[in-house]
Design a protein around this ligand. Structure first.
Ligand code: ADP
Length: 701
């Protein structure tokens, strides 16, 4: 019995113990899970702490990097500083912590305009009074997200004080250099002007002296005096031109001008020199060029005279060719010669001032060494380009391209229409033959060129016997030789060709006698003018469009155009005055000399009052002591209106400075014209002719 009770008790106890065990097991499991979670949390915490450390280390690295850059950083929230780095704080002489929370600002002394950058940031430079003195800071200002989640203004700045100082220094140095350069150019211009005045006296006197019946020896000395003076004048003019271009004072005019006459003037001016050396000089203007262009004719002539002058100077045999053709909307000008050429390493250098080198066999040519420097400057001012090409021993070629537009309404160069003609051109020349052939071909004619008399005779023989390619006209260059040229005229006649012209230099013309006597139908003077060629050659052809006008008359020395004219010359320089009065007298005028402006006005007053002869013209030097030419003109005009004189007296300013401003000043003072010093005969003659048109003396009556 007792044992069964015990068993029951065991069973009951076991039944009671069951939930407790389950609870213990659950508890044990919970403890395990908690431990796992704890371990995971501990690991996370360690990772997190590692990351925090890494982040702070990275931040520190960036911060030290920024600080090392020296950039100034500040963030403001509505003016209140929410962040500032140490560099920014040093501007105030405090620590960054002292700035945080404050509204401290530095006084601004100067600033430069704000520039808005891409993305909306603004950049500006400020000069501020800082703890370290005046500093220029270059700022970039942007809006960034602040710690409280709204936008704050961040400025990052860099100290540019040193750069600004360097810039200022540079600007100062540049201004100083420019001022020095301008002073140099002004000095050169003044000195050149001062040189010119006495030199013109010397030249003019030499000129007058040569007309006084000198013996041969005296004439030689006078000529030497004149040519030395001219060389010096050329040098001074060159220096003056360079100085003017350097000082930006050279003004180009934009005026329509006739192209062909300009080119012919250049070749005709240079031809005597070329012919004296026994070399040829020829020019060719492509007939598709406009007859009138717009630009500065006188400066273009100066450029061409320089280039052609050099080519003639340096060429010993062969010749010089000047050719012009269309290039885009402008023109291309080529000056080629058969001279010694220019070494490759000199092709650029020769355009520098005073750059000369010995050409040929150590032969030092005369010159200023300024010509090409001026050419390049002028071409540059015109917006063009010039360059030299050469193979030593094979001549030099100067090529320039100028943007000279056609004048409004300009026609093409007139060219006749000769489609049925066949011209035989016999010329041994380097340039002229080709140029003439091109000029004739432009008419539609066929041109055969023969460089020797033999080849030409053979060609004429074919025409005579077989009628092959029947030649209708022959042009023979006398350079072929006198006898061969005359033989060819004979052969042409035998072949039944009536039109046979001979090309002669002016010197050859004098010796040649009557061309008709030698079997020629006529002659042409070299360098051949385009219009003369068309006129003479076409004289025997049908369908030739007649070329209008004739050759302009060439100045033939002083003629008494001024007879009966009374002219006042106001000039303080005695020699210049003597020169002008003598020249006027040689033109037949009566000239009175006034030594200064005051005397000139008195002389005019007397003539108005009838106590001195009436004056037809007053030439007033602009630079005179006591009263300038301009003051003189103003006084005379006032006098005229006070006296109620109906006809104003012609007043002409004479000045070494004929820039646009000087001319304007002269006209504003009441002058009728402004002439350059030294007074050119042509300009003087123009006035005398104008005054002679009405009965002499009537102008001031
Ligand atoms: P210069 O007054 O001496 O002619 P330039 O400036 O006109 O001065 O020319 C500079 C130099 O260039 C000359 O001295 C000469 O050596 C060289 N030169 C110019 N043109 C020619 C040319 N057509 N043939 C050979 N050399 C030339």
């Amino acid at each position: 019995m007792a044992s069964s009770i015990g068993s029951w008790l065991v069973v009951v106890a076991a039944l009671l113990a069951l939930p407790a065990a389950a609870a213990i097991i659950w508890l044990l499991r919970q403890r395990e899970e908690l431990r796992a979670k704890w371990n995971a949390a501990t690991r996370d915490a360690e990772t997190f702490s590692d990351q925090v450390w890494q982040l702070s280390e990275r931040e520190e690295r960036y911060r030290s990097l920024v600080e090392a850059q020296g950039d100034l950083i500040v963030r403001r929230d509505g003016g209140r500083i929410v962040y500032a780095n140490a560099a920014y704080a040093t501007l105030f002489g405090v620590s960054a912590d002292d700035l945080i929370g404050s509204r401290m600002k530095l006084p601004r002394l100067a600033s430069r305009p704000i520039v808005v950058l891409e993305g909306g940031a603004r950049s500006f430079d400020e000069c501020m009074a800082t703890h370290q003195g005046e500093r220029w800071i270059s700022w970039v200002e942007t809006a960034v997200l602040g710690p409280e989640g709204h936008k704050v203004i961040q400025r990052v700045g860099r100290d540019i004080t040193a750069r600004i100082a360097a810039e200022d220094q540079l600007v100062g140095a540049r201004a100083q250099a420019e001022a020095a350069n301008e002073a140099k150019s002004r000095f050169l211009a003044t000195v050149s002007h001062e040189f010119r005045t006495p030199l013109n006296g010397i030249l003019g006197m030499a000129d007058l002296l040569s007309d006084t019946g000198l013996n041969a020896e005296q004439a030689t000395y006078t000529e030497a005096l004149r040519s030395s003076g001219e060389a010096l004048l050329a040098l001074i003019d060159g220096i003056l031109d360079v100085a003017k271009v350097e000082a930006g004072k050279l003004e180009l005019v934009e005026e329509p001008f006739d192209l062909v006459p300009l080119i012919e003037t250049v070749t005709e001016l240079m031809a005597p020199r070329a012919q004296a050396k026994g070399i040829e000089l020829a020019a060719h203007v492509a007939p598709d060029l406009p007859a009138r262009l717009v630009g500065d004719r006188d400066r273009l002539r100066q450029i061409l005279l320089n280039l052609v002058g050099n080519a003639v100077k340096f060429t010993g045999c062969g010749g010089v060719g000047l050719s012009l053709r269309r290039e885009g909307t402008g023109i291309e000008i080529v000056v080629a010669d058969t001279g010694p050429g220019i070494p490759a390493d000199r092709l650029e250098l020769i355009f520098s001032e005073f750059e000369q080198f010995e050409a040929g066999a150590g032969e030092r040519q005369s010159g200023t060494g300024l010509g090409l420097a001026i050419v390049r400057r002028l071409v540059g001012l015109m917006g063009g380009e010039v360059r030299a090409e050469s193979q030593p021993g094979e001549g030099a070629t100067f090529r320039l391209v100028l943007p000279l537009p056609a004048a409004p309404g300009a026609a093409a160069i007139p060219v006749p229409h000769w489609p049925r003609q066949h011209v035989l051109l016999v010329a041994p020349s380097a340039f002229a033959a080709g140029f003439l052939a091109e000029t004739i071909r432009a008419t539609g004619a066929v041109v055969s060129v023969a460089t020797t008399a033999e080849a030409a005779s053979a060609r004429l023989g074919e025409t005579a016997t077989k009628g092959q390619g029947a030649i209708t006209a022959v042009l023979v260059d006398h350079a072929l030789g006198d006898a061969p040229a005359k033989d060819l005229a004979e052969a042409a006649r035998a072949a039944g060709i009536a039109d046979c012209l001979i090309l002669l230099s002016p010197f050859e013309r004098r010796l040649f006698g009557q061309p008709q006597a030698a079997g020629f139908s006529g002659f042409l003077i070299k360098p051949v003018r385009m219009r003369s060629l068309y006129e003479r050659l076409g004289a025997g052809f049908p369908q030739v469009s007649p070329a209008p006008g004739a050759r302009p008359a060439v100045g033939a020395g002083p003629r008494p155009v001024g007879v009966g004219l009374t002219i006042l010359v106001a000039e303080d320089n005695e020699i210049n005055a003597l020169l002008v009065t003598r020249t006027l007298e040689r033109f037949g005028c009566t000239a009175f000399w006034a030594r200064d402006g005051r005397e000139a006005v008195q002389r005019v007053e007397a003539s108005f009052a009838g106590t001195a002869p009436p004056l037809d013209l007053a030439l007033l030097d602009v630079r005179m002591p006591s009263m300038t030419g301009l003051e003189c003109a103003r006084e005379i005009r006032t006098l005229e209106s006070r006296l109620g004189r109906a006809k104003p007296m012609p007043l002409v300013a004479v000045t070494a400075n004929v820039a646009a401003a000087d001319r304007e000043a002269a006209f504003a003072a009441g002058m009728d014209d402004c002439l350059a010093k030294p007074l050119e005969r042509a300009a003087l003659l123009r006035w005398l002719k104008q005054l002679s048109r009405p009965p002499a003396g009537s102008l001031s009556a």
